[in-house]
Design a binder for this molecule. Structure first.
Ligand code: NAI
Length: 324
């Protein structure tokens, strides 16, 4: 059998992880033949709840699980990790200002960046899910100078999947037949779902749907406000779909996308006018464990305006988190 992959997961006692851990343990990230060791992190106050989750993981008797570590120490959690899911973060509490929220999370991701730098495998692939995801990822990278910055990514995949699903329904095509859909920018209501290159079965989605007003006035706000709509309906934020998106992101990064575009938050290289230093949603393809930004996309005036808006928000958020 293959040597086990070590998968570190933070926020392990939380909602998203209540779905995520069990799917990872089943083999949904690396595949059905790859044994895994789960290295779970949460804060000291959550250790008792985490003990309960651990009992449930044991009770699943997953054949692929070779070990489980549960800890409140980031260095222990990240030790030799091959894949890192950073799900835990501080939600806004009553009376908390946005700047305070950003500062509290900046502190968490500073500590975790240092731990990543110290303990994780240099090949580890990292996804930040905990909000504000893009900014947390940028802070993490800033505190992990010896860790390859390209391997620190943020999750835009939930927005991407929401976008695909809305397009498929409207165009009456299968999700799997849609190619070249992209979500740009920050994981926030400012993100930009871009249909300008999207196709289904070789035909432009925009022509199949033939309703630009629907795209601008219904689809974009629907994707942007989907998180709030779910909170309103469910009384709790998206968890299973967020876990699913995190798995899709990591699975595709590791196993490849066969030329298909997916959206990932990755460190900007300055292309498409996105300022360097940001971790920004862009379309990528993945092959051989490496993602590659899709190059040469034509950006029309509307897309330019939308990308600039979301990047300006991202820059502002990062400045605030850094106290600049
Ligand atoms: P939750 O509140 O149920 O769980 C969060 C867990 O993180 C808790 O167990 C908490 O104790 C833990 N935690 C807090 N600080 C920590 C630290 N320093 N180290 C380790 N663990 C820590 O939240 P839920 O629903 O699981 O969501 C987690 C995060 O994911 C939230 O920030 C949420 O906004 C974000 N999210 C991001 C999405 C995206 O598309 N990027 C989509 C949905 C949620």
């Amino acid at each position: 059998t293959l040597p086990a992959k070590r998968i570190a997961i933070t926020g392990a006692a939380g909602q998203i992880c209540y779905s995520l851990l069990f799917r990872i343990a089943k083999g949904d990230v690396y595949g059905p033949d790859q044994p895994v060791i789960l290295q779970l992190l949460d804060i000291p106050q959550a250790m008792e709840a985490l003990r309960g989750v651990l009992m449930e993981l044991e009770d699943c008797a997953f054949p692929l699980v070779q070990g489980i570590v549960a800890t409140d120490d980031p260095v222990t959690a990240f030790k030799d990790a091959d894949a890192v899911f950073l799900v835990g973060s501080r939600p806004r509490s009553k009376g908390m200002e946005r700047a305070d929220l950003l500062a509290v999370n900046a502190e968490i991701f500073k500590v975790q960046g240092k731990a990543l730098n110290e303990a994780a495998s240099r090949d580890a692939k990292v996804i930040v899910v905990g909000n504000p995801a893009n900014t947390n990822a940028a802070i993490l990278a800033a505190h992990a100078p010896d860790f390859p910055a390209a391997n620190i990514t943020a999750m835009l995949r939930l927005d991407h999947n929401r976008f695909l699903s809305q397009l498929a329904t409207k165009a009456d095509v299968a999700v799997r037949d849609i190619e070249k859909a992209a979500v740009w920018g920050n994981h926030s209501p400012s993100m930009f779902p871009d249909w300008s290159n999207a196709q289904a079965n070789g035909k432009a989605i925009s022509q199949l749907i033939g309703d630009e007003a629907w795209y601008r006035e219904t689809l974009i706000p629907t994707v942007a406000k989907r998180g709030s709509a779910i909170i309103e309906a469910r009384g709790a934020s998206s968890a299973a779909s967020a876990a699913n998106a995190a798995i899709d992101h990591m699975h595709d990064w590791i196993n490849g996308t066969d030329g298909k575009w997916v959206s990932m938050g990755v460190p900007s290289d300055g292309s498409y006018g996105i300022p360097e230093g940001l971790i920004c949603g862009v379309p990528v393809t993945c092959e051989g464990g490496v993602y590659t930004r899709v190059e040469g996309i034509e950006i029309d005036d509307f897309a330019r305006k939308m990308i600039d808006l979301t990047c300006a928000e991202l820059k502002d958020e990062l400045d605030a988190a850094l106290g600049r």
